[in-house]
Write a protein that binds this ligand. Structure first.
Ligand code: CAA
Length: 424
């Protein structure tokens, strides 16, 4: 098992990586960590600084992004094929299953750490990263609610080899409205018989294990939901055609169909009726990671725009000398830095067992909307060259759009935020 060894390596080499990470300049965009020790919300202990171990992990992810993901990102986007080799490599160095406790084969780290990895990997390719985060999304309900027996039986074998999981929530007519899920889990003795169709499922065709939201009685709405862990090779499971997407095209997104699938009751997470709360708690945690991915995409677009603006000459000057361009770059930096702090706050709360619905919704909404704005402006800085595939910024723009849609649209985030404001 390579994961503990990989994590041990982080500790052993942290000093070298620490100094490498501290190189200033646009390729190392980050907050000035030493100067920051601010209290946010009522959580006066919140500290967004990075320890040497954090910086070592971030550097591991940064190197993986540069050496393994970046070289294949454009091709994976063009041919829309999931680069499975990356899962094996990420598993070998400990960059997936990070939030799973070490005794079950995971990294034993928190969402704060996973967000550091998310930013780096997404800066190289959001499509590749979205398959990693979709897997974390599927494993998180187990982290929250699985019994030790379920962790031994389901999580441990899953983490032992390179594999992805998939979170099956959305349906043809239930996306934002989770309580409208119609996939039926009918109890029959010690099993549930599962019937229904899930739509837009990231990792749908490549997952080894699904975490499925179903209802025991649609009339009960949110009180009728259950979460079931279903191996993807269970009889009665099939997948539909791969969706042809605008962006994040490396990720495998499909329908997943359940026809009379027998799921042992012992694969249910929590009690009957606890499914909705579990889904919400899971999304609260993972929205911080999607926000971190948005920071990565925005940062990559900003770095590309900075570089290009210094090289491209018009009117006998680099376009970076024009205030119209400079202000665009400054606005990009403002958004990247602010979004990163919101990410760290939301993830920190989750790691400390504090409810973060409000903070993770703010982080996700701000970071995704910012990534959309930054990537659109980056295309503008590139002009005509930004609109063709020879340069990376059009991909960033296409990839950013999905960040405003999945794991809760920007509108749903605003709904969560405003409900908190109005009830307080
Ligand atoms: N944590 C714990 N409990 C929560 C909660 C939370 N964050 N949010 C709500 N609840 C509880 C409420 O307290 C309430 O409890 P009671 O029954 O005790 O009163 C219950 O759950 C129902 O809450 P609401 O009335 O607020 O529920 P709602 O039906 O109005 O829905 C919602 C709220 C915020 C809109 C929610 O449905 C939601 O988040 N929707 C978006 C779903 C989403 O993000 N989908 C993305 C799919 S995943 C994906 O994209 C994966 C992929 O492949 C990339």
């Amino acid at each position: 098992m390579t994961r503990p060894a990989a994590l041990a390596r982080i500790t052993a080499e942290e000093r070298d990586w620490h100094s490498a990470c501290d190189t200033p300049g646009p390729s190392n965009v980050g907050i000035s960590e030493e100067s920051m020790n601010v209290g946010i919300s009522e959580e006066s202990m919140f500290n967004p600084s990075l320890s040497p171990e954090h910086k070592a992990l971030r550097e591991l992810a940064r190197q993986f992004a540069r050496n393994e993901i970046a070289p294949i990102a454009a091709k994976a986007d063009r041919i829309e094929e999931y680069p499975w080799e990356l899962v094996k490599k990420a598993h070998a160095v400990g960059l997936i299953n990070i939030t799973v406790p070490g005794k079950y084969g995971g990294g034993g780290l928190g969402y704060f750490e996973d967000c550091l990895v998310a930013e780096e990997l997404s800066a190289a390719c959001a499509g590749v990263y979205s398959s990693f985060v979709a897997s974390t999304l599927a494993l998180t309900p187990l982290n929250i609610a699985a019994t030790p027996n379920q962790m031994e039986r389901l999580m441990k074998p899953f983490c032992a080899e390179p594999a992805l999981a998939s979170f099956c929530l959305t349906e043809p007519s239930a996306g934002s409205d989770v309580a409208s899920v119609r996939t039926r889990a009918k109890r029959n003795g010690d099993t549930y018989v599962l019937n229904g169709t899930k739509r837009f499922i990231t990792n749908g065709g490549v997952a080894k294990m699904y975490t499925v939201t179903a209802t025991v009685d649609p009339e009960l709405r949110h009180k009728g939901l259950v979460l079931l862990v279903v191996p993807s090779d269970s009889p009665g499971v099939s997948v539909g055609k791969k969706e042809e997407k605008m962006g994040q095209r490396a990720a495998d997104t499909r329908e997943v169909i359940f026809e009379d699938v027998q799921v042992p009751v012992e694969n249910r997470l929590g009690e009957e009726g606890e499914g909705f709360g579990l889904v919400m708690e899971t999304l609260d945690r993972i929205r911080a990671e999607v926000a971190a991915a948005a920071v990565g995409v925005g940062r990559a677009a900003m770095q590309a725009a900075v570089q290009y603006s210094k090289e491209r000459e018009q009117f006998s000057e680099p376009i970076s000398s024009f205030q119209a361009i400079q202000f665009k770059l400054a606005d990009m930096a403002i958004k990247v830095e602010a979004a990163r702090l919101l990410v760290r706050q939301a993830a920190w709360l989750a790691d400390h067992g504090l409810r973060n619905s409000y903070e993770s919704a703010i982080a996700k909404c701000f970071a995704a909307d910012s990534a959309m704005q930054i990537t659109t402006d980056a295309v503008q800085v590139f002009g005509g060259y930004g609109y063709i595939r020879d340069y990376p910024v059009e991909k960033y723009m296409r990839d950013a759009k999905l960040l405003q849609i999945y794991e809760g649209t920007s509108e749903i985030q605003r709904l969560v935020i405003s409900r908190w404001l109005l009830k307080s």
